[in-house]
Design a protein around this ligand. Structure first.
Ligand SMILES: *[C@@H]1O[C@H](CO)[C@@H](O)[C@H](O)[C@H]1NC(C)=O
Ligand SMILES: *[C@@H]1O[C@H](CO)[C@@H](O)[C@H](O)[C@H]1NC(C)=O
Ligand SMILES: *[C@@H]1O[C@H](CO)[C@@H](O)[C@H](O)[C@H]1NC(C)=O
Ligand SMILES: *[C@@H]1O[C@H](CO)[C@@H](O)[C@H](O)[C@H]1NC(C)=O
Ligand SMILES: *[C@@H]1O[C@H](CO)[C@@H](O)[C@H](O)[C@H]1NC(C)=O
Length: 383
């Protein structure tokens, strides 16, 4: 019995608050004593969903780790470790494209770092995305090292009325026509891989609203579904162009999603058109969007139970594990190798969840540090 308790509590125990560990011990004792394996299995799955176990997959160094011009590249970073880089790309990739890059304080040009790309919302920009996500924060680590955070800027599209000039990403009715942002993203990752020391097994994509929809499009596109290890679409604007009916990533894709129940821009329950009746503004029911990902990923199939969350002992079914990791927040986790975690936030509008209200609404937790980074840390390619 002692072995059983050890196995239950030890993995990831560093990450578990004392109270939670205690709960698991009690639940383990209860289920062992009373012969109720169901509660044992549920609490185990639940804990892994909230505090995922970091992947130990080896790093895969990019060319930038042995670049002879690494020092020249680093020279363009400011004293705050920022650089605003512009690439002159072809017109199909949007021409001159800029992105804001932040290096961790302990950036070491010989050590591979994780890369997190974060796409801003409609009308927003790179600087605002950095601010609302906090992805350049000093405590953020993946695989034990500081991360390189990148905030690309969308090109100017026609806006919602068709006669404006507003930054946006591919996949929305107001996207800049003819701009292939998927190919731009590949070009941006490739440029940074050549010039910075990155771990190509640990690239991650995230975004808010129109940028969240675009993050979903990256997850649905085979070339980019295989480029990034995991995806975080936050309050995503899932218009048909961002959430194609024939979404075919070519692999099971780990995905963590947040959506506010008071979101009036992209309603949680979905919409058939916008208020002006335009059907190109239709968006799906978020519950069904999450279920579709779980189904594509094969969650619920016992043969796919997996290494990633070390849940081999957990018997899965098609129903998600439900928990309340934060006040006013429900997590439905579809448990399998490539997990789908859906956070539903009561009272939150169209905002990146954070306690400071930097993106409008105030949540009881910081999505970036509490959940997104730990989730990303669970997944690496080549594991
Ligand atoms: C970076 O530079 C480009 C080109 O000058 C500019 O359009 C863009 O707004 C700048 N981005 C940031 C984050 O300062
Ligand atoms: C891109 O920037 C270069 C240098 O500033 C400029 O000469 C060129 O016209 C720009 N190209 C486009 C398509 O805006
Ligand atoms: C969204 O989908 C879920 C699951 O199918 C369903 O229970 C719920 O009623 C739907 N919500 C709306 C607003 O249609
Ligand atoms: C959220 O992040 C802010 C800014 O970094 C910090 O001041 C605050 O304490 C964090 N909230 C929680 C609940 O960790
Ligand atoms: C390392 O990354 C390259 C592409 O960057 C890929 O072709 C190769 O398979 C990866 N190797 C491992 C061991 O993951």
């Amino acid at each position: 019995m002692c072995d059983q308790i050890a196995a239950l509590v030890l993995p990831g125990a560093d990450d578990l608050p004392f109270k939670m560990s205690l709960t698991f011990i009690l639940l383990a004792l209860l289920s062992t004593v009373s012969g109720l394996p169901t509660s044992y299995r549920f609490s185990r799955a639940d804990s892994a969903a909230v505090n995922p176990i970091p992947s130990t997959a080896p790093a895969n160094e990019t060319a930038g780790c042995s670049s002879s011009t690494a020092a020249d590249f680093l020279a363009q970073f400011s004293s705050t470790n920022h650089a605003n880089i512009t690439l002159a790309l072809s017109p199909e990739l949007g021409g001159n494209r800029s992105f804001l890059v932040h290096l961790p304080a302990a950036y070491d040009l010989a050590v591979p770092h994780a890369l997190v790309v974060s796409f801003h919302g409609f009308k927003s920009n790179a600087k605002k995305q950095e601010r609302i996500t906090g992805l350049s924060g000093s405590g953020i680590r993946i695989n034990g090292k500081g991360i390189v955070a990148v905030y690309p800027q969308g090109q100017f599209g026609p806006g919602k009325n068709g006669d404006e000039s507003i930054r946006a990403w591919q996949g929305a009715p107001y996207s800049p026509p003819g701009v292939d942002d998927v190919a731009f993203t590949q070009a941006l990752v490739s440029h940074l891989s050549e010039n910075l020391c990155l771990d190509s097994n640990r690239f991650y994509a995230s975004g808010k609203s129109n940028g969240g929809g675009f993050t979903n499009l990256l997850a649905c596109t085979p070339e980019t579904a295989g480029l990034f290890a995991a995806f975080a679409p936050v309050s995503p604007a899932l218009y048909a162009g961002a959430n194609p009916a024939d979404c075919a990533p070519g692999r099971a894709v780990p995905l963590i999603n947040f959506h506010g129940l008071s979101d009036r821009i992209i309603p949680f329950g979905g919409q058939e058109s916008d208020r002006q009746g335009r059907i190109e503004y239709a968006t799906p029911n978020i519950t069904q969007f999450r279920e579709a990902w779980a189904e594509r990923n094969g969650c619920g199939s016992p043969s796919k139970v997996g290494a990633a969350v070390k849940l081999a002992a957990v018997k899965l079914n098609k129903k998600p594990a439900v928990s309340h990791p934060h006040p006013d927040t429900t997590l439905k986790a579809f448990l399998c190798n490539a997990q789908v975690n859906g956070f539903t936030v009561d009272g939150l509008g169209h905002s990146w969840p954070g306690t400071e209200g930097l993106d409008g609404g105030v949540a009881t937790f910081n999505a970036t540090t509490a959940n997104i980074i730990p989730f990303f840390d669970t997944y690496a390619l080549g594991q």
